[in-house]
Each structure stands twice: as structure tokens, then as C-alpha cells.
Design a protein around this ligand. Structure first.
Ligand code: CO
Length: 206
């Protein structure tokens, strides 16, 4: 069986098991999706939102891109955000980065001349903004780890400052920043780091 045929076989086996264990599962999902969470994560194959959070299909609305960025002009991400908040009514938005992120690592290295460099430029800007803090760290590995955290914190600010969230201010949509360690499978809440960055939010500068 070749690679993709195996996936189709896996799917059938999974479907059959779900039908046995939870006979109404697909019938109820067919009627509507009602996710409580929006996940904005990295496209990295090691960070699958549902699997690492123990959520079933239907429980989390997912947007993923290289380095889990929320760029003010990215219509794709903004459309997801708008739909999740204003149509699906999600209560919690989770921006999740991860250590050993290839996009973040690339942002601390010379450009490769590839299209992805344009996207990574957003992370380079963060590295430049926090250059003094990053330069104080002992080695390149520590700088990548810290930039992974800073990147999440900055993207959380971008979500909070987005017109979608500003317009939904009265509906208490919570925005969280988490980081996932691909080396041990654990998620960590970056709330303290994000709190420390609040002074940089545009609304606080005005
Ligand atoms: Co990544």
C-alpha cells in the first residue's frame, strides 16, 4: 500500500471505530460545528492542534501558518478570526507557538532567497525589536527559544489589537499565548511573558 492509500485505509478504520464507540458522533457533527476554541498555530507537522489538546473534531477551529503569525494584512488569518469570533462565537483564542520552530530559527539566520523569507520577515522584525534582550542570552539555541516565546507574545497582541477583537470587546473573548515543546509534548501558558509585553501594545502607547 502506498503512502496516501494508507491514509485512506486509516480513515476508514478510524471512522468504523468511532461509529462503534459513539454512534451519534458524525450525525451530530453533520448538523453544525460549535467550537469553543480558535487555535492559531504553526504549520509544523509536529504540532497538531486537536491531538495535543485531546479535542475531538468539532471542538476547535484551526488556522495554521509558518511560525503562527497574525499579520495585520493577512486576509486569510483575519477572515478566520472574524468568522470564529462573529459567526462561531468562540470564547477562547489560543495562539500557540513551539520551540524549535523552523520559521523562527530562520529569522535569526541569513535569508535563503526563498518566498518564505518574505513571510519570515515579520519574525525578523520582532528579533530586531528585542535585539538587546536576545543578545544577552548565552547562545544561539537560547536565542531561538526566547524568540519563539516573544513571537507568540507579539502575535497575541496582534490578535487583541485587531479590529475584530476591538469590536468584540464587550463579549469577553479571551486570548491566550501558549508554547509547545516538541521535545517533551507539553504545552505551557506564556501569560507572564505576555503581561510583561503589555507596555508595547499600541493602545497602551497612545
Ligand atoms: Co514552527
Amino acid at each position: 500500500m502506498n503512502g496516501t492509500d494508507q491514509l485512506l485505509a486509516n480513515n476508514r478504520a478510524w471512522r468504523d471505530r468511532m461509529e462503534r464507540e459513539r454512534p451519534d458522533f458524525f450525525r451530530s457533527l453533520a448538523l453544525q460545528q460549535n467550537p469553543r476554541f480558535l487555535w492559531i498555530g504553526c504549520a509544523d507537522s509536529r504540532v497538531p492542534a486537536n491531538q495535543i489538546t485531546g479535542l475531538d473534531p468539532g471542538q476547535v477551529f484551526v488556522h495554521r501558518n509558518v511560525a503562527n503569525l497574525v499579520v495585520h494584512t493577512d486576509l486569510n488569518c483575519l477572515a478566520v478570526l472574524d468568522y470564529a469570533v462573529n459567526v462561531l462565537g468562540v470564547q477562547d483564542i489560543i495562539v500557540c507557538g513551539h520551540y524549535a520552530c523552523g520559521g523562527v530559527t530562520a529569522a535569526l539566520q541569513p535569508g535563503s532567497g526563498r518566498v518564505v523569507d518574505h513571510w519570515i520577515r515579520h519574525v525578523r522584525d520582532i528579533a530586531r525589536f528585542y535585539r538587546l534582550e536576545l543578545e544577552r542570552l548565552p547562545d544561539a539555541a537560547a536565542r531561538v527559544r526566547r524568540l519563539c516565546e516573544l513571537n507568540v507574545a507579539v502575535q497575541v497582541v496582534h490578535v487583541r489589537e485587531s479590529p475584530v477583537l476591538q469590536a468584540a470587546a464587550g463579549r469577553s473573548v479571551r486570548v491566550h499565548g501558549w508554547i509547545y515543546d516538541v521535545a517533551d509534548g507539553l504545552l505551557r501558558d506564556l501569560a507572564p511573558e505576555i503581561q510583561a509585553l503589555r507596555a508595547f501594545e499600541p493602545s497602551h502607547r497612545l
